[in-house]
Design a protein around this ligand. Structure first.
Ligand SMILES: NC(=O)c1ccc[n+]([C@@H]2O[C@H](COP(=O)([O-])OP(=O)(O)OC[C@H]3O[C@@H](n4cnc5c(N)ncnc54)[C@H](OP(=O)(O)O)[C@@H]3O)[C@@H](O)[C@H]2O)c1
Length: 271
């Protein structure tokens, strides 16, 4: 019997989703198949009790998860061949590649849903945007949400906003980490050792995130709570916002960052 779920591209995300599906009881390891040209990835799949999928039998599966880089998509699609409407549901986590292009590459009839998780999937803390377009059946959307709920939270978004969510939450962890790098380097510039700077900045980030998670207060309230008038935080924030007069400040920087990521998604989508 063919595996119920076939993961095409058993890299970072493919592996994280397989782990989540197994840990949540959604699928047994033997019900998941991996398809990847890389011998090390295939060996990893087998180590975890997964099966190696046979592209010729893809039609017997329930779900095909496309987790290859967009650049490898055509090659993967050629190996998969035609997938009919009543064939497996195709889920793509590829940035930029539109569901219409995916359907066309798979013979024009496949049911395709796009999902955009992020790397915290590796620890079960992803947030995944799921394309909610009118041409996708509710049952299919619910199946996709069930799969990604095994690695975190899910949010429905129209496919027209997919490049935007790719920028916000798909690429988002990199922006947080870049900020943390700058923060740590600045701490070192103030005289702290590399080790102490790293611990202080990192634990502050994790602690602030935990605080955000465990209270009903939003970031503005939490920020105001640290900021007494004329105090140290106020001085730092004023300097952060002061950049506004010269460069547009942190708000403009964030907007430019997300726009650049979103526009790159649109470019990838145009091929
Ligand atoms: N990383 C993120 O934060 C993130 C978030 C959301 C969505 N995504 C999307 O998720 C996808 C996968 O990302 P990733 O970080 O998991 O990438 P990855 O670690 O590079 O995994 C992709 C895997 O697919 C394999 N592969 C290449 N060509 C293939 C083919 N024709 N058939 C089957 N497998 C093939 C690759 O093998 P080789 O190494 O031999 O090429 C690699 O093992 C990308 O499209 C990305 O846009 C990523």
């Amino acid at each position: 019997m063919a595996p119920r779920i076939v993961i095409v591209g058993f890299g970072n995300l493919g592996q994280a989703i397989a782990r989540g599906a197994i840990a949540s009881g959604l699928a047994a390891p033997s019900e998941i198949g991996a398809l990847d040209p890389e011998p090390a990835q295939r060996a990893r799949a087998e180590e975890h009790g997964l099966r190696l999928a046979n592209p010729a039998r893809i039609g017997e599966s329930e779900t095909v998860l496309l987790a290859v880089k967009p650049q490898s998509f055509q090659e993967a699609a050629t190996a998969l061949g035609t997938i009919p409407t009543d064939g497996p549901l195709v889920i793509s986590v590829m940035a930029g590649v539109r569901s219409g292009a995916i359907r066309d590459a798979l013979g024009g009839a496949a049911r395709v849903v796009r999902a955009m998780p992020n790397t915290p999937a590796a620890v079960g803390r992803a947030v995944t945007a799921v394309a909610s377009d009118a041409d996708v059946a509710e049952d299919d959307l619910a199946r996709v949400e069930q799969l990604f709920a095994s690695v975190g939270k899910t949010v429905r978004v129209p496919e027209a906003l997919f490049d935007a969510v790719t920028a916000v939450s798909g690429s988002g962890p990199a922006f947080v980490f870049r900020f943390l790098e700058a923060w740590t380097a600045a701490a070192e510039s103030l005289g702290l050792s590399e080790e102490k700077a790293a611990v202080l900045a990192r634990e502050t980030l994790i602690g602030a995130a935990a605080l955000l998670e465990r209270t009903d207060d939003g970031p503005q309230v939490l920020r105001a709570r640290v900021t007494s008038k004329g105090g140290t935080t106020a001085a730092g924030l004023a300097r952060m916002d002061d950049a506004a007069t010269r460069t547009g400040g942190i708000d403009a920087l964030m907007l430019e960052t997300l726009r650049a990521a979103r526009d790159r998604g649109a470019e990838l989508g145009r091929g």
